[in-house]
Ligand binder design. Sequence first.
Ligand code: ADE
Ligand code: ZN
Length: 341
Amino acid sequence: MVDEYTRQALASMPKCELHLHIEGTLEPQLALTLAERNGVALPWTNIDELKAQYEFEDLQSFLNLYYALMKTLKTEEDFKDLMLAYLTRANANGVRHAEIFFDPQVHVCTNGLGFNTVLDGLLEGMAIGRERFGITGGLILSIVRDMDIDSANMILDLAQPRKAEILGIGLDSAEVGHPPARFVDQFARARRFGWHCVAHAGEEGPAAYIRDALDLLHAERIDHGIHIQDDTELLERVARDGVPLTCCPLSNLRLQVVHDMREHPIPRFLDEGVMCTINSDDPAYFGGYVAANYTALVSIGMSMETLAALAGNSIDASFAPEARKTQLHAELATWRTRHGL
Ligand code: ADE
Ligand code: ZN
């Protein structure tokens, strides 16, 4: 059991969130409200029926529900509301800067929405969040790796005129059988846009996908990266080169990537000198926002000192301008003093 003082201290600790899918913040009640508002028929008609769907055996079983509920998002206002709901919770979790994934291939190519509808709504929500809470950040356009490559190219065509409003490119969805090598051209194009590059790798897929994300896609951070534990040489390289991993402990537990929090490799990664960060991935699905992910590590014996260092890593691993990083480190230092660290 984690005491209330520790829980509150971690919720107020200044931090960056670097691995968060905005669609993964769609809470079941909001999905039902949007379904009603937009006339979308879901297979689940009440909250209890819907909540009974949140037992996952692997990544795919989660993605099935995640994509089903995404159909309830229809209008610019829906995307603005979703973003603002997340940033309100993020603020209560001590998030000061957030770099946020979105999956436009699904909204546009599968669900028939306009690219600008999605982007405008999300950016509006972020602008309000910045004004209301002082949370900075940006959007990372994530390529859905199990959709056809034409849809990825089409989305990049649509994004090109608005490239200055997007921070980077990512790679997500069902990993095994969809290796980084397939996306070399799309990531090269994104680099020409001036975007940062990150990729999910080694969540369910092998360590070789992590190496390919680094060597072929020039990923600057690896999202998850947990299977790097199977490749000592790669682990040493990532530690030496300071490549950040965006770890998501509650996600890994709920998707059965690890079967017990005590088996999570974050403590080993830290011992080996890897720059880990802590994030929530899809908090509406995995039982907690980012502070709960830090709290989960207290429950396996991690010290407050280490957790504060992890928050420091989240600042260093972000794509925030240097002046903003300096400001966030100062906020973290103030928090440390207040908590006797
Ligand atoms: N899309 C949303 N969450 C994801 C995850 N954990 N892994 C891969 N793709 C995702
Ligand atoms: Zn993810």
